[in-house]
Design a protein around this ligand. Structure first.
Ligand code: SAM
Length: 350
C-alpha cells in the first residue's frame, strides 16, 4: 500500500496502527509532506474556515520547583533570572490584551509555590469578572485534583499540560526521579474529568526520541481526545543537562502538525513559539500544515526575556495595535484571518 493511501485513510477517519504511523514518519519526504499539508489544511478549513484564533500569553512566573532536564527555568538553573508578575501586572496585561481583541488569556508559569491556590483562584475570579466574555486558560503544571477543582470553580475554562511523552522510559530520560510519569498522566485525566478543555502535547526531537515513540504519541492523542495539542521542537538551553544536544527540526514538527490535524480534525492546534524560534517563518508554515492558533505574548515588555525556556527564544508579542496588525498581515498573506473570538473547542469534551 502506498504511503499516500495511508494518509487518505487517516483523512477518512480511520485509526492507523503503530507500524503505519512509524512508517509514515520514517519514510516521509517532501512530496508526501506536501500531500499531507494539503489534506490537513482542507480539514482545518472544513471546521474553522480561514479563521485563526489568538491567545494572549502571560508568562507570569519563572520560579519552578521542578527540575526537568530540558527546561531553562528548572530549579537547578542558578543562572536563570527569577521573576514573578504580581496581580496588578497580570491584570494590566489582560486589560491591554482585551482592548486589542484578545478573548482568551493564557496564564503560564513554572510551578511556583508563591502562587498558592488561593492566589490563583482569586486571580482567575477577578479576570473572569472583569472580562466575562473571555476564556481563561491555566498552564501551571501538576497539581492535586482538589486544586484543579478549585481553579475550575473559580472560572478557569481550559488547562494546558503537555504530557511530554507517553513513553515511560523516554519520560525518565527527560525528568529527574522526583517527577512521576504516572502523576502527570493522572493530572491530565483529572483535568478532563473535571470539565476543563484540556490540552496535552510533547516536544519533537528530544534526545533519544524515535519514530516509534512519536507513533505512540499519536496513538495517545487519539485515545485521550484532547481539546488542544501543543507541540514544538525541542530546543536546547545552555544551562541545562540537555544543553549540548541537537535541537528538533521544524520539518518534522510541521509534518506531525499535519498528521495531528487529520487525526483530530477539530483540535485547537497552535503554531508554537518554539516552532517560530527554530524557523523564521515557522508560525506561518505551521498554519499551512494545519495549525489554527497562535499565542502572542502579552507580558514580554514586563518580563524582558527572563522566561527563557530554551536558547534564543523569540519574541512573538502583540502588545500594541501595530504588532497585532503585523500578525494580521502575516496571516492575511497566507489566506488566513485573525479573529476576535474565544475560540472554544468544537469537540465533545465530556
Ligand atoms: N510548568 C508548566 C508545565 O509544566 O506544564 C508550564 C510551563 S512549561 C515551561 C511549558 C512547556 O515548555 C513544557 O511543557 C515543555 O514542553 C516546553 N519546554 C520546556 N523546555 C523546552 C525546551 N528546551 N525546548 C522546547 N520546549 C520546551
Amino acid at each position: 500500500e502506498h504511503l499516500y493511501d495511508k494518509i487518505d485513510r487517516l483523512e477518512a477517519g480511520e485509526s492507523l496502527d503503530r507500524e503505519t504511523y512509524t512508517e509514515l514518519i520514517e519514510k516521509r519526504n517532501e512530496d508526501l509532506a506536501g500531500y499531507l499539508f494539503e489534506k490537513a489544511v482542507q480539514m482545518r478549513e472544513k471546521f474553522y474556515g480561514n479563521r485563526i484564533y489568538i491567545r494572549g500569553l502571560i508568562e507570569f512566573t519563572d520560579y519552578c520547583r521542578n527540575d526537568c532536564y530540558y527546561c531553562g527555568i528548572r530549579k537547578g538553573n542558578r543562572r536563570a533570572e527569577r521573576y514573578r508578575l504580581g496581580r496588578e501586572e497580570i491584570l494590566e496585561c489582560c486589560k491591554k490584551g482585551y482592548s486589542l481583541g484578545f478573548r482568551t488569556f493564557v496564564l503560564q508559569g513554572g510551578e511556583d509555590p508563591w502562587y498558592t491556590d488561593d492566589r490563583i483562584t482569586e486571580l482567575v475570579g477577578t479576570i473572569k469578572k472583569k472580562y466575562s466574555d473571555c476564556a481563561v486558560t491555566l498552564s501551571i503544571g501538576e497539581k492535586e485534583r482538589e486544586s484543579y477543582e478549585r481553579y475550575f470553580e473559580a472560572g478557569a475554562d481550559r488547562y494546558l499540560l503537555r504530557h511530554e511523552t507517553v513513553c515511560e522510559e523516554h519520560y525518565k530520560t527527560l525528568h529527574p526521579p522526583s517527577m512521576s510519569y504516572a502523576h502527570r498522566q493522572e493530572c491530565l485525566k483529572n483535568l478532563k474529568d473535571i470539565g476543563f478543555q484540556t490540552g496535552c502535547g510533547f516536544m519533537v526531537g528530544t534526545p533519544g526520541q524515535t519514530a516509534e515513540n512519536l507513533a505512540d504519541e499519536l496513538l495517545f492523542l487519539k485515545e485521550f481526545q484532547p481539546a488542544m495539542v501543543g507541540i514544538g521542537p525541542f530546543i536546547p538551553h545552555r544551562d541545562t543537562p540537555l544543553g549540548n544536544q541537537a535541537p528538533g527540526s521544524a520539518e518534522l514538527t510541521l509534518y506531525l502538525l499535519g498528521l495531528i490535524r487529520l487525526l483530530l480534525p477539530k483540535v485547537l492546534l497552535p503554531a508554537t513559539t518554539a516552532l517560530g524560534t527554530i524557523s523564521h517563518d515557522g508560525r506561518e508554515r505551521g498554519i499551512l500544515a494545519g495549525a489554527n492558533v497562535v499565542m502572542p505574548n502579552l507580558s514580554a515588555s514586563l518580563v524582558q526575556g527572563k522566561y527563557e525556556l530554551y536558547d534564543h527564544k523569540i519574541y512573538t508579542g502583540a502588545e500594541n495595535a501595530a504588532e497585532l496588525e503585523l500578525l494580521r498581515s502575516c496571516m492575511k498573506k497566507i489566506g488566513c484571518e485573525v479573529t476576535v473570538d474565544r475560540g472554544d473547542t468544537k469537540m465533545d469534551t465530556r
